[in-house]
Design a protein around this ligand. Structure first.
Ligand SMILES: *[C@@H]1O[C@H](CO)[C@@H](O)[C@H](O)[C@H]1NC(C)=O
Ligand SMILES: *[C@@H]1O[C@H](CO)[C@@H](O)[C@H](O)[C@H]1NC(C)=O
Ligand SMILES: [Cu+2]
Length: 170
């Protein structure tokens, strides 16, 4: 309960820092064989609320969510569990380790068509601490005039103070 309230407060206080992303797996390459998804994932941050999108020509590949063992050994779950739309969207709903494989032929075992990611709990910009933005104008504010910007900045300060109080109380 308390953590949910903190999340809501964070979302109100720091809207610019929190934004769910749509992440296309493999970027323009999409979901296919002979692509190094571990290297691709290395320099990326995944957060709860982000969406993974697996893109591929329908019928050529599919997507299974598996566990660590299934990932290691390319164990395909029942075909009924496969995502097959060619534009498969998975919302990262919980933090932790996630594993995905393709279940077509030997794509996972021989083609390396497998993805392992770690999902972070809160969708906050990398390296941004709430206290760094305390009272300071945040970047990328909508350009609706300085008056609004200052209003928003002080609103965020108030929310940050409320948040600080909440942390002390909880
Ligand atoms: C991993 O998933 C398989 C089914 O695909 C299941 O049989 C196995 O028990 C699971 N292993 C763990 C550690 O959860
Ligand atoms: C793929 O899915 C995303 C969201 O899940 C959607 O925004 C996009 O329009 C879809 N693209 C196609 C080509 O269907
Ligand atoms: Cu495949």
């Amino acid at each position: 309960m308390a953590s949910k309230q903190i999340l809501i407060l964070l979302a109100i206080a720091f809207p610019v820092l929190i934004s769910a992303k749509d992440i296309t797996v493999g970027d323009h390459t999409g979901w296919t064989i002979n692509f190094d998804y571990q290297t691709w994932a290395q320099d990326k941050e995944f957060y709860v609320g982000d969406k993974l999108i697996f893109k591929y020509p329908v019928g050529s590949h599919n997507v299974f969510k598996v566990n660590g063992t299934g990932f290691q050994n390319c164990i395909k779950p029942a075909l009924s569990e496969a995502l097959i739309s060619g534009n498969d969207t998975i919302v990262l709903a919980t933090p932790g380790r996630k594993w995905y494989i393709c279940g077509v032929g030997q794509h996972c075992a021989s083609g390396g068509q497998k993805l392992f990611i770690v999902v972070n709990p809160v969708a906050m910009s990398p390296g941004a601490s709430p206290w760094q933005s305390f009272g300071a104008p945040t970047q990328d504010l909508p350009a609706t005039g300085s008056g609004n910007g200052i209003l928003l900045a002080s609103f965020q300060s108030i929310m940050a103070i409320a948040l600080a109080i909440l942390f002390v109380v909880v």
